[in-house]
Ligand binder design. Sequence first.
Ligand SMILES: CCCCCCCCCC(=O)SCCNC(=O)CCNC(=O)[C@H](O)C(C)(C)COP(=O)(O)OP(=O)(O)OC[C@H]1O[C@@H](n2cnc3c(N)ncnc32)[C@H](O)[C@@H]1OP(=O)(O)O
Length: 170
Amino acid sequence: MKTTFVVPDDLEPARRADDATAVGDVIPPHNKRCFGCGPDAMQGLHLQAIAGEGLTATAVLEVERRFAGGPGVIHGGILASAFDEMMGLTNMLMGTIAVTAVLDVDYAAPIQVGTSLRMDARVLGLRGRKVYSEVVAYDAATPGDPLAGGHGLFVVVDPVDHFTRANARP
Ligand SMILES: CCCCCCCCCC(=O)SCCNC(=O)CCNC(=O)[C@H](O)C(C)(C)COP(=O)(O)OP(=O)(O)OC[C@H]1O[C@@H](n2cnc3c(N)ncnc32)[C@H](O)[C@@H]1OP(=O)(O)O
């Protein structure tokens, strides 16, 4: 893949929270109406990310026809949403809430409707409040070269303060 996203080479290590979702369990949705992970988001992706060892998680997105952009292939924005969500959920294993500041997607190959898209995400490390994460996507049926990859720079926030201010009318 050919991303130009720069991951600092002096990241501080990130740590799994003691009360993080157990390995093998689904990381609970952070908001039932979230487009990425919420069970009540009627048109959403309904991602279920399984916590892995350390700060990793995996999910499979069934690329349904409703996710199409170009004929027969996934819409780039849908893939970006799935990547954003996968990294956001994986970050939660640290026991903090971090919102996306920068999202970088490397669309390495077209992804056909009907693909079972496996996404493996992990936290790379920290720099102060900044969290660097990555995600790589494969065809679950025929693993081989990645079909796409993503990086995110997230910023740890106090969720009550952040979302109270975000929802305040000017
Ligand atoms: C319940 C929670 C859900 C958790 C899971 C979420 C999964 C999905 C994730 C999302 O989609 S979140 C929604 C999309 N994101 C947003 O709506 C965030 C909107 N942006 C903001 O609210 C603020 O800009 C932000 C909180 C990201 C930063 O504002 P702050 O005032 O808190 O921090 P500040 O601006 O001081 O930046 C902190 C550090 O991040 C750096 N930074 C911030 N934005 C950056 C940027 N765009 N590019 C590069 N660096 C950036 C900034 O330079 C600084 O670096 P240093 O510590 O080294 O000085």
